[in-house]
Write a protein that binds this ligand. Structure first.
Ligand code: NCD
Length: 358
């Protein structure tokens, strides 16, 4: 049985639990007939406050293939959100109907809030520019399938490392494996957030930061490409300036190893040119399929944990989160700034850190 009730951030699952999910996902992939009624009578509520194709369809396909059913919305305009209902109330309400919640939200920390009030497991399907732990399970499961391991790998991650939530979750999850090295490829403006750089330093993770694909491509086992996250830019001209910063094409692929792989959480815009799709090292479309199997495994394991009544009443902390995209500021949730080092405080919902001198 999993220790956690919900999957909100990658560290909610231990390395051993992720290994168990791989084993279950392998079995589901090899013997799908055994699982067609595994979730019979169970209901998944999908709350998508932000656009999604892959993730929503992948969860719905996963639940349907397990014999369960799905309710929910993909357009918050059609729900009580427009009447001003909070995430906390929506989560409480859905707990009364469904058995498991899958939530995507543009505000950071929203699924965390839902998990604090929901009696049923909550899965974070992406919260703003913060985390996307089931994409990380997909990414890890892809590496496990291709290489037979998730350790001893050099992983180059390219693109929008500032706003890319899949990047943030992947780095945190992979930092726990032996001998993993990151080469972070981004323009100066889109480097990883401060809390993540600190996380890597604290955990003695081997990482370097470079600006060009050519500086990393010959050295890596995985080249993880990402889209520049247009919807997170406050200044459209800044996006226009950076949007075509990276293009992985056939010429650059010539520099890469024979046995490396190219991954991408998708959707891709122009950062991988179409000719690369036909290179056997391109794995991004198969990666999406692995995502369905690992989500099936996750749903099964979280449903085993099941219903747990919640009576959350948090005492607000003295300091406030300064992140304008944090759910606690949008919906007036009790502030939860935890002291992580002298004068350094981190928000429990969104990980944003502030330095406060009195
Ligand atoms: C990613 C996301 O939503 O963060 N997509 C996905 O879930 N596969 C990546 C992206 O949108 O760029």
């Amino acid at each position: 049985m999993l220790k956690t009730h919900s999957l909100i951030e990658p560290q909610d699952l231990s390395v051993e639990e992720i290994e168990e999910l791989f084993t279950l996902a392998d079995d589901i992939k090899n013997r799908p007939g055994l699982y067609i009624n595994a979730c019979e009578g169970k209901l998944m509520g999908t709350l998508f406050y932000e656009p999604s194709t892959r993730t929503r369809l992948s969860f719905a396909s996963a639940m349907n293939r397990l014999g369960g059913r799905v309710v929910g919305f993909s357009d918050p305009g059609s729900s009580s959100v427009t009447k001003g209902e909070t995430v906390a109330d929506t989560a409480r309400m859905l707990s009364a109907y469904a058995d498991i919640i899958v939530m995507r939200h543009p505000y950071e920390g929203a699924p965390k809030v839902a998990s604090l009030y929901s009696d049923i497991p909550v899965i974070n399907a992406g919260d703003g520019g913060h985390n996307h732990p089931t994409q990380t399970l997909t990414d890890l499961y892809t590496m496990h399938t291709v290489f037979g391991r998730t350790s001893d790998l050099t992983v180059a991650i390219c693109g929008d490392l500032k706003f890319g939530r899949t990047v943030h979750s992947l780095i945190q999850a992979m930092s726990r494996y032996e001998n993993v090295r990151f080469i972070l490829i981004s323009p100066e403006e889109l480097r990883v957030p401060r809390y993540l750089r600190q996380f890597m330093k604290d955990n003695k993770v081997d990482f370097t930061e470079v600006e060009k694909i050519e500086d990393a491509i010959a050295d890596c086992d995985v080249l993880y490409m990402t889209r520049i996250q247009r919807e997170r830019f406050s200044d459209e001209s800044e996006y226009e300036r950076l949007k075509d910063f990276y293009v992985l094409d056939g010429e650059k692929m010539k520099l890469a190893r024979e046995n490396m792989i190219v991954m991408h959480p998708l959707p891709r815009v122009k950062e991988i040119s179409r000719e690369v799709d036909y290179d056997p090292r391109a794995r991004y479309f198969r990666q999406a399929r692995y995502g369905m199997f690992i989500r099936m495994a996750l749903i099964l394991k979280l449903l085993e944990v099941g219903y747990q009544p919640k009576q959350t009443r948090l005492t607000p902390t003295k300091y406030h989160c300064k992140n304008p995209r944090c759910i606690c500021n949008l919906e007036n949730e009790p502030q939860q700034m935890m002291e992580i080092a002298p004068n350094e405080y981190r928000c429990l919902y969104c990980d944003y850190t502030v330095h406060i001198e009195e």
